[in-house]
Design a protein around this ligand. Structure first.
Ligand code: NAP
Ligand code: ZN
Ligand code: ZN
Length: 347
């Protein structure tokens, strides 16, 4: 059981700090990866601070992992030593339920095992994520990465990329549709790039005026400052589809009013307290409110291949491991342009 350097939150109120974890030695189907880069998702912060009341301390966050394969078990077929590989939010599932068989492991009937703050199916304990030197994972949950791309900018695809790609695909976003992306952060900026690449008319819905130029640079056709009454009114009953990536408490009803008849708003952002929904807002224009959780393994590989083909990566600010607590504070203020990524050589 090799010791591995990591960064962990020991409680909801303690800053992240160095800590040593034990990783298992690779089993016959396992891949061992030296982590090069790990993206910083707002979910990492939610878990580190127990925003959802389900954190199991110590928490080693991180589920946007890219690294180099350093060892493989005897039965591993898909990877060899030296390959560049990725791990996202999932490290295991039952593989036998209908959802797993369909490649929807994130909705596993027995509960998917998440990369951190999850329980290993063999009872060996809690999972630890990518704020660490290395990770060991069954090959079925490891993804192929096109090594010709800048790896630090690929890492965020493993969560921010797939979390936005999956609902855009599921709700068949494409040419002729008016799409609103709510919140320009890590998820939001990937959603803009992806929805534009799929041919939709894309409007950035943001509460930060200074992000207007960036939204256009990312490809958005329009920018609406949601705190400006006239601008918000200009898109009432307007969108076919809204993807809500906002991490803080906000009024869903306000944004539901921006959907046209039969439009759908999909929540991927997970604000701590759930705001009440007015049924009237749904009934009168036959609107739908839905949710979506990351994506399964086949779709995550499809997304990585799609992004490689279309030259889509994340806009990143690379940080050192020791800067993680400051990065969390900046993320809380919406001051991310547009994803922090930890250079693991600094751990
Ligand atoms: P992020 O980078 O911090 O971006 C969140 C954005 O929300 C901010 O940039 C800001 O955009 C907007 N925002 C913040 N406070 C707001 C407020 N009070 N009112 C309106 N807008 C506000 O976070 P992220 O990493 O993209 O994650 C976003 C959320 O998705 C988190 O809750 C995370 O846990 C969740 N998540 C869900 C899944 C899933 O599978 N469903 C996967 C990953 C993450 P503007 O400045 O443009 O308004
Ligand atoms: Zn995430
Ligand atoms: Zn299953």
């Amino acid at each position: 059981m090799p010791s591995t350097k990591s960064y962990a939150a020991q409680s909801a109120t303690s800053p992240l700090a160095a800590w040593t974890i034990e990783r298992r030695s690779p089993k016959p189907h396992d891949v061992q990866i030296d982590i090069l880069y790990c993206g910083v998702c707002h979910s990492d912060l939610h878990f580190a601070r127990n925003d959802w009341g389900m954190s199991m301390y110590p928490v080693v966050p991180g589920h946007e992992i890219v690294g180099k394969v350093t060892a493989v078990g005897a039965h591993v077929k898909k990877f060899k030593v030296g390959d560049i590989a990725g791990i996202g939010c999932l490290v295991d599932s039952c593989r036998e339920c209908d959802n797993c068989k369909e490649g929807l492991e994130q909705y596993c009937a027995e509960g998917a095992v998440f990369s951190y703050n999850g329980m290993e199916r063999d009872g060996s304990g809690v999972t630890y994520g990518g704020y660490s030197k290395n990770i060991v994972c069954h090959e079925d949950f490891v993804l192929h990465i096109d090594a010709s791309q800048p790896l630090e900018a690929v890492a965020p695809l493993l969560c921010a990329g797939i979390t936005t790609y999956s609902p855009l695909r599921h709700w068949k976003v494409g040419p002729g549709q008016k799409v609103g992306i709510l919140g320009l952060g890590g998820l939001g900026h990937m959603a803009v790039k992806l929805a534009v690449s799929m041919g939709a008319e894309v409007t950035m819905l943001s509460h930060t005026a200074s992000k207007a130029a960036d939204a256009k640079r990312l490809g958005a056709h329009k920018f609406v400052l949601t705190t400006d009454e006239a601008q918000a009114k200009s898109v009432s009953n307007y969108f076919d589809f809204i993807l809500d990536t906002v991490s803080a408490a906000h009024d869903y009803n306000f944004y539901l009013g921006m959907l046209r008849t039969s439009g759908t708003m999909v929540c991927v952002g997970v604000p701590p307290p759930a705001p009440p929904i007015a049924a009237f807002n749904l009934i009168f224009q036959r609107r739908s409110l839905a949710g979506s959780l990351i994506g399964g393994l086949p779709e995550t590989q499809e997304m990585l291949d799609y992004c490689a083909k279309h030259q889509i990566v994340s806009d990143v600010e690379v940080i050192a491991m020791r800067d993680i607590n400051e990065a969390y504070e900046r993320m809380l203020k919406g001051d991310v342009r547009y994803r922090f990524v930890i250079d693991m050589a600094t751990l």
